[in-house]
Design a protein around this ligand. Structure first.
Ligand SMILES: [Zn+2]
Length: 383
């Protein structure tokens, strides 16, 4: 049965530690996945990129070569497990309909769903209406796979590295602002001789906190968010603070990092400049001495191809038997590397409560089966 195979493959893949930062067992992982794919009768192509990272492109032997090429995007590397797990992160545990372990959800669930979907199409003698390719990338979590993603060609992409809370059709963008708050250094026994940069920075932090609350309420996308918010809002957080050189010195400098998440309707560069203006205004009014560096890093994006979005939506609604919401991711996804050349839909088993990148990561087996069914239906749909 399919559930048995889901568990078997997940356990096999999760038990291989593929920690991204160390490129651990990348070759072994790719070998194990290739072996499975071949055993299922699938066609496997291995690509080793310029950084020497191996990736796999898995396809169906009976798919029509002249049909629309649909790319399913997954990755086999995982973030480091970190401390505090209740069990060994690479000895998967199956319990109450879940599989626990680092990568069980992010993103080995996607690989398993893709492989089994391809296998079932083949085993049941079903006729693919598209030319599907399952991409299994390495180095995703460190950003090293970006060049590889940028070279992928196809007609439509499906990212399997998100949650199943809705049909995801886009993602937020990022702008970063570094603020150097300047004071005057002095001996801390004589505080009156200095100007404490940490105190100056705290004025700005308090201001930004209120500004962020206001921004969330007023800068709202037309698209829904997968969780917490009704509609996707712009978000801002002070995420880092650095200041002080010694316990007995009044700090002359304090640095803040501000992380700003943009909605698809915004331009990241413009959002960066906007914060810059807001901070400079505040600093001018309050007499705080600042130096700024503001950058738009990634633009938010959304798939505008209505016809394709509706096809994906209908497939999901047929499987689930209920209405499916269109959502845009709060974070970023690899869809950003493909959206300039093809429409991108996103659906995966990375549910919000799965603790991805956290401790005791897990995936619901039924979510993996759901994603498998989605992949299968996409293969059997004419686009
Ligand atoms: Zn991932």
């Amino acid at each position: 049965m399919c559930e048995k195979l889901v568990v078997e493959l997940l356990k096999e893949f999760v038990s291989i530690d593929t920690t991204s930062t160390e490129r651990k067992n990348f070759d072994k992982m790719v070998e194990v996945i290739s072996q499975r794919a071949r055993e299922f009768g699938l066609v496997v192509k291995k690509i080793v990129d310029k950084k020497k990272i191996p990736h796999l492109i898995i396809s169906l032997p009976n798919a029509p070569k002249n049909a629309k090429k649909i790319i399913f995007l997954t990755h086999y590397d995982v973030v480091p497990p970190g401390e505090g797990w209740s069990f060994d992160p690479f000895t998967p545990i199956v319990k109450e309909g879940k599989v626990y372990g680092r990568g069980a959800s992010d993103d080995k669930s996607g690989i398993v769903a893709g492989l089994i979907a391809f296998k079932e199409v083949l085993d049941n003698g079903l006729v693919p209406k598209v030319y599907p390719e399952l991409i299994v990338a390495g180095g995703e979590e460190t950003g090293e796979s970006v060049d590889f993603f940028k070279e992928i060609m196809g007609d439509i992409a499906v990212v399997l590295d998100v949650g199943p809370e809705g049909l995801s059709i886009g993602a937020s963008g990022v702008a970063r602002i570094r603020v150097r708050v300047k004071g005057r250094q002095a001996h801390s026994a004589y505080p009156f001789k200095g100007k404490n940069a940490i105190y100056e920075a705290s004025k700005l932090i308090n201001f930004l906190r209120k500004y962020a609350e206001e921004l969330e309420k007023t800068r709202v996308s037309q698209y829904a968010a997968p969780e917490h918010y009704e509609k996707l809002p712009a978000r801002l957080s002070v995420t880092m603070i650095k200041g002080g050189v010694a316990p007995n010195i009044i700090p002359g400098e304090c640095e803040l990092i501000i992380d700003r998440r943009t909605i698809p309707e915004e331009d990241a560069e413009e959002a960066a400049r906007e914060i810059q203006r807001v901070i400079l205004d505040f600093a001018h009014k309050e007499g705080v001495d600042v130096e700024l560096d503001a950058r738009g890093l990634i633009n938010g994006w959304v798939t505008k191809d209505e016809k394709i979005v509706m096809k994906f939506k209908k497939i999901l609604e047929d499987i689930l038997g209920k209405e499916v919401r269109l959502v845009v991711e709060l974070g970023g996804t690899d869809g950003v590397h493909l959206i300039d050349r093809m429409p991108v839909g996103q659906f995966g088993a990375l549910r919000s409560e799965n603790n991805i990148h956290g401790i005791d990561e897990f995936v619901y087996i039924k979510d993996v089966i759901l994603v498998k069914d989605f992949v299968k239906r996409v293969i059997l749909t004419e686009f």
